[in-house]
Design a protein around this ligand. Sequence first.
Ligand SMILES: Nc1ncnc2c1ncn2[C@@H]1O[C@H](COP(=O)(O)OP(=O)(O)OP(=O)(O)O)[C@@H](O)[C@H]1O
Ligand SMILES: C[C@@](O)(CCOP(=O)(O)OP(=O)(O)O)CC(=O)O
Length: 324
Amino acid sequence: MENIGQKYTARAHTNIALVKYWGKENEELIIPANSSISLTLDEFYTDTSVIFDSTLQQDMITINSEIVNDEKISKFLDIIRHKSGINLFAKVESINHVPNSAGLASSASAYAALATAGSKAAGLELSDKELSMLARRGSGSATRSIFGGFAAWNKGTDDQTSYGYSIEDPVKMDINMIAIVLNNSPKKISSRLGMKISYETSPFYDSWIKQTNEDFETIQNAITNGDFSTLGQTAELNAMRMHSLTLSANPSYLYLNKDSLLVIEMVKELRDKGIECYYTMDAGPNVKIICQKKNIKAIVDNLSNQFSQDQIKVSGPGEKVKLI
Ligand SMILES: Nc1ncnc2c1ncn2[C@@H]1O[C@H](COP(=O)(O)OP(=O)(O)OP(=O)(O)O)[C@@H](O)[C@H]1O
Ligand SMILES: C[C@@](O)(CCOP(=O)(O)OP(=O)(O)O)CC(=O)O
């Protein structure tokens, strides 16, 4: 217990799913309905410091230097307190190095950093697998942000079998993502709510699970074989399949806006011109373009005709979580 009373800071990077997680079998434990695969990104990350302090009367949390009253964070700290047996409140200071509310999965980097700094500050020594299981309790996508590069989240059936792991990338695939920030106002339907409505009401949900299990195999093999084209094509299809669950839900809803459709058309036109690239979108309108280094300039030049420089963010693969 020598760590208690010491401040620890962790840096975790965001990740973008190539095979999406979109629905929970167990909401309390965050057990997903399917396994997923992502790429961790180097440009976007969260730094979080935690100290358990006997003088505090309640948890004190700041995000980007503003005091927040987030019950989800205190509930997450309760899990750490329960695991470690300590009974102290915590001071949490977190900075997101992610464009504001850009739908770039800040909850993924946030809970991966909080799990890492928080568990260390509470005197726990957790392996990466155990950290991923802890991060999962904060936000499902955080399970994968413990790992760098390509990561998977094994669905599992309970707390001990639902965890993340690093996918071997023998050829060190040349892969980048260009995020186009189209709207930075908070979304009306959170991922948590959106996936619940899809899971409970879309008549296509069973087909989604069947297809997504196939997409998982395809993308895993594409990574092993260094097959960028198959990876891109499958990730693009998987994203559209996820968004079709929102359209087919009751009530029906849509995360994409007209600018998202414009970027999708631009990607198709670029492909027609021989510039290989693919699109993916999460629970928001912002589009992420998957491409190789040699094509970044041509894609950015093309996007610059429609969008400003600060809307276009280029990122390569990022590292695993670390204490800093
Ligand atoms: N640094 C942080 N530390 C702890 N919680 C955070 C931090 N940053 C964001 N969060 C929390 O993460 C949750 C989701 O964040 P946000 O609305 O930005 O969605 P997102 O993570 O970009 O997208 P997604 O819904 O796909 O995860 C919110 O509850 C927010 O308070
Ligand atoms: C579309 C997604 O980005 C959804 C992410 O959902 P969250 O991980 O934010 O949801 P909770 O587990 O409820 O916190 C796809 C993905 O990252 O796999």
